[in-house]
Write a protein that binds this ligand. Structure first.
Ligand SMILES: [Zn+2]
Length: 375
């Protein structure tokens, strides 16, 4: 039984068990584990991995127990060794952190170049725990850290970064930098700025290589590396500007195209409206003109005709009686003469009863006068 087996270990707080210090660092955690393991070694009944894992928890504060149980490897099925290793690595920041460890880690990045973005990023990531465990705790000074980094990276990379940072640091010599580093003559560069600049220059170089091809960056051992970096930055800036210009030109082109399209469609619409207006206004006018002209013509004609007829009727002089206003065919005088037998009609001709035609000639006596004379 695991509980029985574990009960053979000293109780927590009994003064005999190992103490787990507050804010334990990696070395202290390592010491604690070794103490527990010594105790466990004296109790042969504790022989399963799970019992050994629980033994490690036995002397922890309650809150820490909860954290350790959550560490990968505690679960049944995982070995004690895996759990032990994961506990220690979760305290890595403080456990492995030593100046010796830092120097060993930096050795992996010896002569790292500006063209090696991946390794620069790895370096930044890997130096994090050392910054926490050494730099933040003031076990190593800014100057020492910066110097170690400069000794690690490629000479040309060093020169380029130094040139950039020393100059910018000189410019703001009296004010603390963003990372809190206070400038001084023998310690001009803040660790934070240095790491930033390393990554920045590596990224610039990387983006340049991607544009120019990897061969372009491979000659980074040449002495013109510093100038190369400056050129990279300038060209990057120029290419950014050029890109911006292109984007602007594109936007402008697109804007112009849309504007043209809009104008075109507006012109079309305008023309349509215009032609509709013309159709609507011209045709009725032309129609009405036609109508009015035809009406006017017909009206004029009719008016003239009626006026003429009126005039003609008014101007007519009856061939028979010689009075104005009626034709001889409607002459009541002639009708009277016909009824009295004084005249007869042969066709349209007015004749005396003898059959002698009585002619009407303009300017001479009317037919009634001639008949009257002949009777
Ligand atoms: Zn008459």
């Amino acid at each position: 039984m695991s509980t029985n087996s574990l009960s053979k270990l000293p109780l927590r707080g009994s003064g005999k068990g190992p103490k787990f210090p507050e804010d334990a660092n990696g070395i202290e955690v390592h010491d604690y584990i070794e103490e527990v393991e010594e105790l466990v070694a004296d109790v042969p009944a504790i022989n399963t991995d799970q019992e050994k894992k629980d033994a490690l928890l036995r002397y922890l504060p309650v809150s820490m127990k909860r954290i350790w149980r959550a560490i990968s490897g505690y679960d049944a099925g995982d070995s004690y060794d895996k759990f032990r290793k994961n506990i220690l690595s979760s305290y890595d920041h403080t456990e492995i952190v030593s100046v010796k460890g830092l120097k060993a880690m930096l050795k992996k990045y010896l002569h790292v170049r500006v063209t090696d973005l991946d390794r620069v990023l790895d370096l930044r990531r890997e130096i994090g725990p050392y910054i926490k465990g050494l730099f933040d705790l003031k076990k190593v000074s800014n100057r020492e850290m910066v110097q170690m980094l400069f000794e690690t990276i490629d000479e040309d990379f060093s020169a380029s970064v130094w040139k950039k940072l020393a100059r910018s640091q000189l410019q703001k010599a009296t004010t603390p930098s963003a990372s809190g580093h206070v400038w001084s003559v023998d310690d001009p560069i803040g660790l934070g700025e240095l790491l930033e600049e390393l990554e920045l220059q590596a990224r610039l170089s990387d983006s340049k290589n991607r544009v120019m091809g990897p061969k372009f960056g491979n000659h980074s051992h040449s002495k013109s590396n510093v100038e190369h970096e400056v050129r990279v930055k300038e060209e990057q800036r120029e290419s950014d500007l050029a890109q911006l210009k292109d984007v602007f030109a594109l936007v402008q082109k697109e804007g112009e195209r849309r504007h043209r399209e809009m104008l075109d469609s507006m012109m079309k619409m305008h023309q349509e409206v215009l032609s509709q207006k013309v159709t609507l206004s011209y045709q009725p006018r032309s129609y009405s003109n036609n109508m009015s002209s035809s009406q006017g013509q017909s009206g004029h004609f009719q008016g003239k005709s009626s006026r003429d007829t009126d005039g003609m009727v008014r101007d007519i002089i009856c061939w028979f009686c010689g009075e104005a206003g009626h034709l001889s065919g409607r002459c009541m005088v002639r009708q009277k003469y016909l009824d009295e037998g004084k005249i007869i009609l042969r066709g349209t001709n007015v004749c005396l009863p003898s059959g002698q035609v009585v002619y009407y000639t303009t300017g001479k006596d009317c037919q009634k006068m001639q008949v009257d004379q002949a009777i």
